[in-house]
Design a protein around this ligand. Structure first.
Ligand code: MLT
Ligand code: ZN
Length: 448
């Protein structure tokens, strides 16, 4: 089989040396590690289709992989699968850019930063964004239906995807990249593929909707004494500022860790609870933000307009992931709560974790307007799932979801039934077996 794969993509793009394949077999956090007989790196949809046909003929399971920035072990070969890396499909054809409709077609391996740069050049922006933008790929973002920092304004990845080109389990290709905004011609495969974690098809390209470019930006870091006050402020800012682009929640201990691990000076605002907000508009949103901030109960605030100063404030939030991993690997529990339950959950989650494992260190941060909290736990064994169990059950007891934006992967599949009924799971399994009857596409993720 390896020789057949070599004849499709070229010998240089079938990696079998374990010292080379290792980086494709371990997740970004270092918590999950698998093995693979080969990493195959096709460069076109036709090559992906041919690779899938060979794997199907040999009954070899496949794990599709993009930038390998996933956080739930959904893109690594924990069951010894062949890794099909889509990173070489990184083109964004200039011909595909429609500056009138605000759309472009990107290859699955294009990074989120690539899409954003091309969109900006065409007078538009890409509506989703998150810290791993330079490595995370379009294909991976579709597989996980990634969220990020701008969901409150533009929705998640699914809301941007107008069409996909994808290879099915039998090697056939479905391609629907016309970009019609209104297109009610039956099942909407792009929606189905978004969030399917590589279990239904390998996405090779996507038609993406862009949003109007907003040149004028301002960032404010607000300090609060309590999470309730920060969340009330977030709700008020959402109601008063149509230009609100991001609203991120984090805490003093996380900021101290970021400063310690990444050698940053203390932030200009000292507080127990932080809300970082960004506004973006065609006209300078600074005074609208300042007026609104005057009316919330912030203890103190720092504002940045100039790009370098904006990025400096953002580092106190975006560098959480790296700082935590530096003392990790963490258990990463990305959850959503109904907005009204978020403050209570923040209060309860720490004691719930400590009652299971006294040595645990708990780090909380997230996307305040989406009810999306990232519960990260360090100083516990990688394989000790008691923590995960306690946190996810607490989430569900408060009406939340065990996965907000990272997906289920392998890490959370044993808890999927907390959120999905037997009837829902049956429907999902029926879809999976209709599209992948032999079960070769990412067979070890998502469905228990
Ligand atoms: C974030 O919001 O920073 C990302 O979801 C990554 C993470 O949870 O660490
Ligand atoms: Zn996030």
């Amino acid at each position: 089989m390896i020789d057949e794969l070599r004849s499709i993509v070229g010998a240089a793009h079938v990696l079998t040396d374990p010292s080379v394949t290792e980086s494709y077999a371990v997740d970004w956090t270092g918590r999950f590690r698998g093995t693979t007989p080969a990493v195959v790196r096709p460069a076109s949809t036709e090559e992906v289709a041919a690779v899938v046909r060979v794997c199907a003929r040999h009954g070899a399971a496949i794990v599709p992989q993009g930038g390998n920035t996933g956080l739930v072990a959904g893109g690594i070969p924990l069951g010894g699968e062949i890794v099909v890396s889509l990173r070489r499909l990184d083109g964004i054809d200039p011909e595909s850019i429609d500056p009138v409709a605000g759309q472009l077609t990107a290859g699955a391996g294009a990074t989120i930063a690539d899409v954003a740069a091309v969109a900006r050049h065409a007078g538009w922006e890409y509506g989703v964004d998150w810290a791993s933008r330079d490595t995370a790929t379009v294909g991976g973002s579709i597989a996980t239906n990634a969220g990020g920092i701008r969901v409150l304004r533009y929705g998640d990845t699914r809301a941007q995807v107008l069409g996909v080109e994808a290879v099915l389990a039998d090697g056939s290709v479905v391609s629907h990249l016309g970009g019609l905004v209104k297109d009610n011609t039956g099942y909407h495969l792009p929606s189905l593929v978004c969030g399917s974690e590589g279990t239904l098809a390998l996405v090779t390209a996507a038609r993406l909707a862009l949003v109007p470019r907003q040149e004028e930006r301002v960032v404010a870091l607000l300090g609060f004494a309590a999470v309730e006050a920060a969340l009330d402020a977030c709700a008020f800012l959402r109601r008063s500022l149509p230009s609100l682009d991001a609203a991120e929640l984090f805490f003093a201990d996380g900021v101290a860790l970021v400063c310690e691990q990444l050698s940053l000076p203390a932030p200009p605002v000292a507080a127990d609870v932080y809300l970082l907000v960004e506004c973006a508009d065609h006209v300078d949103p600074s005074s609208a933000l300042a007026d609104a901030v005057d009316r919330v109960e912030a203890e103190n605030a720092a504002v940045a307009v100039e790009p370098a100063r904006r990025s400096t404030l953002w580092r106190y939030r975006e560098d959480h992931t790296e700082a935590i991993n530096a003392i990790g690997p963490p258990h990463k529990l990305d959850v959503t709560l109904p907005q009204q339950e978020l403050a209570g959950f923040v209060r309860d989650v720490r004691p719930a974790i400590m009652s299971v494992e006294r040595s645990a260190r708990v780090w909380l941060f997230g996307h305040a307007a989406d009810g999306n909290l990232h519960v990260n736990v360090t100083s516990v064994e990688a394989g000790d799932e008691r923590i995960d169990d306690a946190v996810l059950r607490l989430v569900v007891a408060r009406g939340g979801s065990i996965s907000a934006e990272h997906g289920i992967g392998t890490a959370k599949k044993r808890w999927l039934s907390l959120n999905r009924s037997e009837a829902e799971l049956r429907a999902m399994r029926a879809i999976k077996s209709a599209l992948d009857p032999e079960g070769i596409l990412n067979p070890n993720v998502l469905l228990p």
